[in-house]
Design a protein around this ligand. Structure first.
Ligand SMILES: Nc1ncnc2c1ncn2[C@@H]1O[C@H](COP(=O)(O)OP(=O)(O)O)[C@@H](O)[C@H]1O
Ligand SMILES: [Mg+2]
Length: 227
């Protein structure tokens, strides 16, 4: 039998219930999916269908009510908080609609922050920093602070920060949701280049059909199920 292609992340029978005001709501109803290493997959679906919830559970930011998440074959869904935050720092990159940069830190300080918080030495990442600044096209803005940058440039910083630790997988939740169409297209082109040039696995939520066109597979979520 042929060996299964290497899977970066897999969700098995994921169920998620929320209990807002004591009323149980099933947000994910038995969702299973696999994302292969090197893939650039997009999750699409109507607002409120459970896309972000699914992404956060796969990325270890939230835990499922039942079901499991395998990151590179390791079941992380029962890890405790300490173990989970280590996995997140070392193996997972996240990019959100809002860039979540620290306003009074420079571009390069923002990019290095997760590594420093993880106890790693800045000097060891000099080359990686140069490289990632070049990839996102911000070498000339390295000493600027976020407020001196456009939205698209701030999102580039967030992408660099997510990638400098060489995550197994990059998760992105509506990364162009706060940008105008032209800038959004540039960010998509950047993600496509990163996927193509370094084989970075990417799983992205978007409701922009143009954005989804950059991906190699579209996963549709509707009312808590994949269809
Ligand atoms: N922390 C939470 N507590 C209660 N309900 C939540 C929570 N997070 C999400 N939900 C609900 O789950 C549903 C799906 O949300 P979400 O995954 O954010 O959808 P999408 O990203 O597809 O717009 C929504 O009805 C939302 O209100
Ligand atoms: Mg969402």
């Amino acid at each position: 039998m042929k060996a299964e292609k290497n899977i970066a992340v897999e969700g098995r029978h994921l169920v998620k219930d929320f209990n807002p005001g004591g009323t149980p709501t099933k947000v994910l109803k038995d969702v299973s999916l696999k994302v292969a290493q090197g893939e650039f997959a997009a999750i699409m679906g109507p607002s409120g269908s459970g896309k972000s919830t699914l992404l956060y559970i796969l990325g270890g930011l939230d835990s499922p009510t039942s079901g499991s998440v395998l990151l590179n074959g390791t079941d992380i869904s029962r890890f405790d908080d300490a173990k989970m935050s280590r996995i997140r720092r070392q193996k997972i990159g996240f990019v959100f609609q809002f860039y979540n940069l620290i306003p009074n830190l420079s571009v390069e300080e923002n990019i290095l922050l997760p590594l420093l918080l993880d106890g790693r030495k800045k000097q060891e990442y000099k080359k990686d920093l140069e490289h990632i600044l070049e990839v996102v096209g911000l070498s000339h803005r390295r000493r600027h602070t976020p407020r001196e940058l456009s939205g698209g440039q701030q999102q580039r910083v967030a992408i660099a920060r997510a990638l400098i630790g060489r995550p197994e997988i990059l998760f992105a939740d509506e990364p162009t949701g706060n940008l105008d169409t032209g800038t959004g297209a540039e960010i998509m082109e950047l993600l496509r280049e990163i996927n193509r040039d370094s084989g970075q696995t990417i799983l992205m939520v978007t409701h922009s059909p143009e954005a989804a066109e950059s991906s190699s597979r579209i996963i549709t979520v509707r009312d808590g199920v994949i269809c």
